[in-house]
Design a protein around this ligand. Structure first.
Ligand code: NAD
Length: 714
């Protein structure tokens, strides 16, 4: 044994070929601080051992190295600039020493080699893998960029254009694609990997492979002439800036880093990477995106625990084959859980099956599934008009029309058709779960399971605990949502649950802005382009449906009269009364037509302005910041109340629900991350300037106290 550490070891195999084997203490290998320290000691041992003719890096786990340890990131990002720079320099010195070992080196890649794992294999002379290899540099997705030499070694290995594509998209690349660009030198069968690696190293050691030449090219400036460089980098900058948009600085910084270092050798190029990494690590965007990743891990951890505690759903039933029921049935089936889809209407069933078929055909066209899987998934959805097919069903999701009387009746009916231990969940968006539970004999086996439209795309499922819902029931439904590939967030019962409860104050803020004279098109533009929402409030209402919005607004007003009842009519009422229901009937705030591809195209409709005059009482002009404040303060205050009242369990769950369910701008991380970034005291001072606008603009005493105490949510 040449070296033995906690996370890796080095031993001599045969004929002077050594193996450095990563074998972390957890289920996967991560390049955390402890592993880096160990790697440094291993390299020292290798440098001091004589007789080594070649080295291969391998993993004892299924995957090579999944990346750096992201749980360490936020702590690292807090370090002073110089200290963070030193840490990067120290890590880079280790990879440089691997690259400079006096014998040929090779990485043997199975499974993931991502982020730091990818940068580690880039330091060796050769890389061979099997077909399971997945290699990439996903750092820009977290608001940072590669910091262990990725922006230096990758372009020198596969060319600047390929490297910029890998780094700016953060994509994971399959073995074949890695071979095509030259990240992998060979792809071989798993059983032959080790032999192939030893043979290649022996060949290289014997001088039959030019490993020194390969190594020298990786450490030299990029071989691009001036014109090529200009074309390459200006095209990339244009494309990347357009795609990432102004709120995500990492991809464009990565391109500029590669450009600035193009004419430099390894040492100088690494210094540029280091400086730019530090700058990105200090941005609120990096903190927000890493925060979302960590919140997502937190939710996944909770779902795993739930899955261990509850029996898995073997067969599900969905009641209602409409927009939501059809989507839920599809999602269950596509993830391998067979489902009975019941409706009272034959045509609805046909439509539901047709939609599932369309989604599957799209996946077939994209090569994501084969014909066999398409048939298997479709045949695992059983459409029915009767309750007969419900034997063996252990999970029911009710998604019939949003009418309390019909829902209560359907729930009571289905309870008599399934076994006693089956769980029933309702996809209602507004009716309190404890109200619906009254129609059931076993309310403890009942809860809310609120999906978002379109089900196959929206990652969030809000799971609502009613007054009598048991822990077993919650565990079962959380596990089912996770098995469907969704992120389940458990909330307590109240009108609107969490997501709609905090969305409607935002719409009320919109109504007040319109009443005071704002132009809805301007409000949409500011909330989309400046704040970063995927849709502004007027457009969102049109997409959700003005009728749906109008109904939910009334439910919210009844549920929270002190804050959400209205003195008179507002903009939503005007649209509703004129039956301008939005996209669904071609007219809402905007007028809709179809573009050449048949997609809805929106235009500001002069008639909307005329109609809105009925509720406009002011003529103020609004600056961008005022629009943002007046729209966001009601939502933020309601989110804080939900935490204080225990409707949502933690800032992490709230923020994830906002990003995954509403499309809250990811670069802001969610309401609590946004508050921490603004500073609680600054937020309170801002909100106080708008306090005259009514109860939704009042900061809670709890938040005021936190601000006074200098606290943060994370
Ligand atoms: P929808 O009108 O598209 O579908 C409802 C279906 O229920 C229809 O096919 C209808 O025939 C069927 N139905 C009516 N009575 C039935 C009965 N007794 N048994 C079986 N089926 C019956 O409605 P939707 O948009 O899919 O909404 C369904 C539920 O999901 C509602 O509670 C709604 O609030 C909720 N929801 C909707 C959305 C959305 O964006 N559409 C989002 C989240 C939650």
């Amino acid at each position: 044994m040449i070296y033995q550490g906690e996370a890796l070891s080095v031993q001599l195999l045969q004929d002077g070929i050594a193996e450095l084997r990563f074998d972390g203490t957890g289920a996967i290998n991560k390049l955390d601080r402890a592993t880096l320290l160990s790697l440094e000691q291993a390299v020292t041992a290798l440098e001091q051992t004589s007789g080594i003719r070649g080295l291969m890096l391998t993993s004892a786990k299924e995957a090579f190295i999944v990346g750096a340890d992201i749980t360490e990131f936020l702590g690292l990002f807090e370090l002073p600039d110089a200290e963070l720079g030193d840490w990067l320099a120290k890590a880079n010195a280790i990879f440089n020493r691997i690259e400079d070992l006096p014998f040929p080196t090779l990485s043997l890649v199975r499974g993931y080699a991502l982020g730091g794992g990818c940068e580690c294999i880039l330091a060796t002379d050769y890389r061979i893998g099997d077909t399971s290899a997945r290699i990439g540099l996903p750092e820009t997705k977290l608001g940072i960029m590669p910091g262990f030499g990725g922006t230096v070694r990758l372009p020198r290995l596969i060319g600047a254009d390929n490297a910029m594509e890998w780094i700016t998209t953060g994509q994971e690349n399959k073995a074949e694609a890695c071979l095509a660009v030259g990240v992998l030198d060979a792809v071989v069968d798993t059983e032959q990997l080790q032999d192939a690696a030893i043979r290649l190293l022996q060949d290289a050691a014997a001088g039959r492979q030019d490993w020194q030449g390969k190594r020298a090219r990786k450490c030299a400036p990029l071989t691009l002439d001036k014109l090529e460089a200009m074309m390459s980098f200006s095209t990339a900058k244009g494309m990347v800036a357009a795609k990432a948009g102004p709120h995500y600085p990492a991809p464009i910084t990565a391109v500029k880093t590669i450009e600035a270092a193009a004419a430099l050798g390894r040492g100088a190029a690494l210094l540029i990477e280091q400086d730019n990494f530090v700058k990105l690590a200090k941005t609120p965007v990096a903190r927000a995106l890493v925060g979302i990743f960590l919140n997502d891990q937190f939710i996944k951890g909770k779902a795993k625990k739930a899955a261990k505690a509850a029996p898995a759903t073997r067969k599900a039933a969905v009641l209602g084959a409409g927009i939501m029921g059809g989507g839920i049935a599809y999602q269950s089936a596509v993830k391998g859980i067979p489902v009975v889809m019941k409706d009272i209407n034959d045509q609805a069933l046909a439509l539901g099956m047709n939609e599932a078929g369309k989604l599957l055909n799209k996946q077939l066209e994209r090569g994501k599934i084969d014909g066999f899987k398409l048939t298997r998934v479709l045949s695992s959805i059983t459409p029915t008009l009767s309750y007969d097919g419900l034997q063996g069903v252990d999970m029911v999701v009710e998604a019939v029309v949003e009418n309390p009387r019909i829902k209560s009746q359907v729930l009571a009916e289905v309870e008599t058709k399934v076994s006693e231990d089956a769980v029933i969940a309702s996809n209602t968006s507004t009716i309190p779960i404890s109200t619906l539970a009254r129609s059931l004999k076993r309310p403890e086996r009942f809860c809310g399971m609120h999906f978002f439209n379109p089900v196959h795309r929206m990652p969030l499922v809000e799971i609502i605990r009613g007054e009598q819902t048991s822990d077993d029931t919650i565990n079962k439904v959380v596990a089912y949502a996770a098995a469907m590939g969704k992120s389940p967030v458990v909330v307590n019962d109240c009108p609107g649950f969490f997501v709609n409860r905090v969305l409607f104050p935002y719409f009320f803020g919109f109504g007040k802005l319109i009443a005071d004279g704002a132009d809805f098109v301007q409000v949409d533009k500011v909330m989309e382009k400046v704040f970063g929402w995927p849709m502004g409030p007027a457009y969102l209402l049109d997409v959700v449906g003005i009728d749906t919005g109008h109904h939910a607004a009334a439910v919210m007003a009844e549920g929270f009269p002190a804050r959400m009842s209205k003195a008179g009519k507002d903009a939503i009422d005007v649209m509703y009364e004129q039956q301008r229901f939005g996209q669904k009937n071609g007219k809402g705030f905007y007028a809709y037509s179809q573009d050449k591809k048949g997609k809805p195209k929106k235009e500001a409709d002069p008639q909307s302005y005329q109609l809105l005059q009925a509720v406009v009482t002011g003529q103020a002009e609004f600056a961008q910041d005022d629009i943002i404040a007046r729209m966001m303060i009601p939502m933020i205050n309601e989110v804080v109340l939900c935490l204080e009242e225990g409707i949502i369990g933690s800032p992490a769950e709230a923020d994830l629900a906002l990003v995954y369910g509403l499309g809250f701008p990811p670069f802001r991380g969610g309401v609590f991350r946004y508050l921490d970034t603004l500073g609680l005291a600054s937020y309170v001072a801002l909100a106080d300037q708008f306090a005259h606008l009514g109860p939704l603009y009042q900061v809670s005493p709890g938040l005021r106290q936190m601000a006074a105490d200098g606290k943060t949510f994370y």
